[in-house]
Design a protein around this ligand. Structure first.
Ligand code: VG1
Ligand code: CO
Length: 543
């Protein structure tokens, strides 16, 4: 085998964000940009010689090229094996599963998730550790440090490998196993959920629409929903992964999955609607006539998880990211189990899952998952919903209404201001931070502030501390607003404003969300001066 050492210069912008390194494709196509980052990952790891590395991505533009580079660099670095999904495809949760089941040292997942794909759009590289989860901050910090001093990378000279044929191949003395990306994942789902009951429900005429958004979940959803569970052909829409996602944003929210939303609100809606994102780790749940917020979905799934065989023994705890609504907390309280509040990003759930402190985790951004893998899992959430619907034999809308009557309803919305000027965004956050200590006791837009801080997380397992994870302002009536900047965008800055109010009065459970939150929304504008600082009159995306 011919290992070539190539000298290189560091780039100063390879800091991983909420979920890996994300940039525009042309940015990644700069000389050695990919190689520098991959070598920096390898340089910050120890003890992988002879072991396996899992590699796969969501099929977006540039996926195949980068996989060839990663494989040749893994061979040069001394990995014994690379396990890669056929066609270079592995959804994020499926990659997590392959890492865990194969006992691999770790994995490299190529995705920019819900961001658009194509020659001018987004790409991303993320490292996952041997537990199958995104590298914790300690590891990403080491990778970043390495990117700033790198002077050389190693790669073997070899022709590109065919990623479309299944089987074991030799690449410069290292084995490359090209595996079916769907099979092991589908087996895992079958082991967790009551497939016969769900199948009986479909056989009995239950209808569903699943929008795979031309992204990675298509083959998984087709195999599981249509082939194994007997859902009607055509249940899965946009099921063929495309390198540019058909020109759309593969982001399952009310803006980008509007067609599904409109269908579900119409007179001929099927019984249940769902969608997933670019890399298959997010989910959107829409029952006939009702959109279920991801925060509510987390609470509902936790409250009903015991109806699925994989969770019949109950949950050890529930974890949610800080901006996610408190709906799940009250479920935990009722179940008599712990609840945890972590910073945004799935990497913070890994320790809680590994230590069995939490069984189910979720984020307001349409991510839910459990201890079956170490990533959020879109299709898993959809299947747990189907299992619950099959067991309770009630429409989703009634299940949600009953949940609100029992626990109260957390009205919740997120307002995103995308692509704003980075300095203006930093200025807005700095201004908020400077105000924090003087806020308690004051009144904003008619609401009394009870507490205000910049969230910091103390990991109960490894004792690490993560600071500056979002500004929170709590009001005396129990409502709340949170401000943070996105760590996944690739152009300018994105301001996320999260707004929430708990209603327990049975007469106030059916209000329209934006009006139920109008005064909290007004308070956010009053305090942060969003219009004046960003020049924007309204959010780009409301979820
Ligand atoms: C967003 C979401 C966060 C999620 C992350 C990765 O991060 O808010 O909850 O974990 O995306 O999801 P940010 O920093 O932009 O708010 V995905 O589906 O991109 O892997
Ligand atoms: Co995703």
């Amino acid at each position: 085998m011919m290992i070539r050492s190539v000298s290189t210069q560091p780039y100063d912008d390879q800091k991983p964000g909420t979920s890996g390194l994300r940039k525009k494709v042309p940015h990644f196509q700069q000389a050695n940009y990919v190689e520098n980052f991959v070598q920096s990952i390898f340089d910050s790891l120890e003890g992988f010689e002879g072991k396996a590395l899992v590699v796969g991505g969501d099929g977006r533009y540039f996926n195949r090229e980068v996989i060839q580079i990663v494989m040749k660099m893994a061979a040069a670095a001394g990995f014994g094996k690379v396990i890669v999904g056929q066609g270079g495809i592995l959804s994020t949760p499926a990659a997590s599963n392959v890492i865990r089941q194969s006992g691999a040292f770790g994995g490299i997942i190529l995705s920019a998730s819900h961001n658009p794909g194509g020659p001018k759009e987004d790409f991303g590289i993320k490292y996952n550790t041997g537990n199958g989860g995104p590298a914790p901050e300690k590891v990403t910090a080491e990778i970043y440090a390495r990117t700033k001093s790198i002077s050389e990378y190693k790669i073997i000279d070899a022709p590109d490998l065919d990623l479309d044929a299944l089987g074991d191949f030799d690449l410069g003395g290292m084995t490359v196993s090209v595996v079916d990306p769907v099979a092991a994942y589908a087996e895992l789902m079958e082991s967790l959920f009551d497939f016969p009951a769900i199948k009986a429900m479909f056989d009995g005429g239950f209808t569903m629409s699943f929008d795979a958004m031309h992204a990675v979940t298509g083959p998984y959803a087709t195999e599981i929903l249509e082939n194994r569970l007997g859902a009607a052909k055509g249940t899965v829409k946009n099921g063929t992964p495309l390198p540019d996602f058909g020109g759309h944003h593969p982001d399952p929210n009310l803006v980008h999955a509007k067609e599904l939303y409109d269908l579900m609100m119409s007179a001929d809606a099927p019984d249940f609607g769902a969608a997933s994102d670019g890399d298959g780790d997010r989910n959107l749940i829409i029952g006939k006539g009702i959109f279920v917020t991801p925060s509510d979905s987390l609470a509902l799934l936790a409250a009903n998880a015991h109806l699925a065989p994989g969770y019949k023994g109950g949950l050890s705890g529930i974890a949610r990211s800080m901006p996610t609504s408190g709906a799940a907390d009250r479920v935990a309280e009722k179940l008599g189990i712990e609840s945890y509040e972590t910073p945004t990003g799935w990497k913070f759930f890994g320790n809680l899952l590994d230590a069995d402190k939490a069984t189910i985790c979720g984020e307001e951004s349409a991510g839910t998952g459990s201890n079956h893998v170490r990533e959020k899992d879109g299709l898993w959430a959809v299947l747990l919903w189907l299992n619950i619907l099959a067991a309770r034999k009630e429409p989703a809308k009634d299940i949600v209404a009953a949940h609100w009557r029992e626990y109260g309803r957390n009205y919740y919305t997120r307002h995103d201001y995308e692509g704003i000027d980075a300095d203006a965004a930093e200025g807005l956050m700095a201004h908020l931070r400077a105000e924090l200590s003087s806020l308690p006791g004051t009144k904003i837009n008619g609401l009394f502030v009870s507490m205000a801080d910049d969230f910091s997380y103390h990991d109960p397992v490894d004792g690490s501390v993560s600071e500056n994870q979002g500004v929170r302002v709590m009001f005396e009536d129990g409502s709340r607003m949170v401000f943070r900047l996105s760590g996944t965008g690739t152009a300018g800055a994105t301001l996320r404003v999260y707004l929430e109010r708990l209603a327990t009065d049975p007469d106030k459970l059916a209000l329209e969300t934006q009006s139920a939150l109008a005064d909290v929304i007004g308070a956010a504008e009053d305090l942060a001066g969003i219009k004046q600082r960003t020049g924007r009159d309204a959010p780009d995306v409301i979820t």
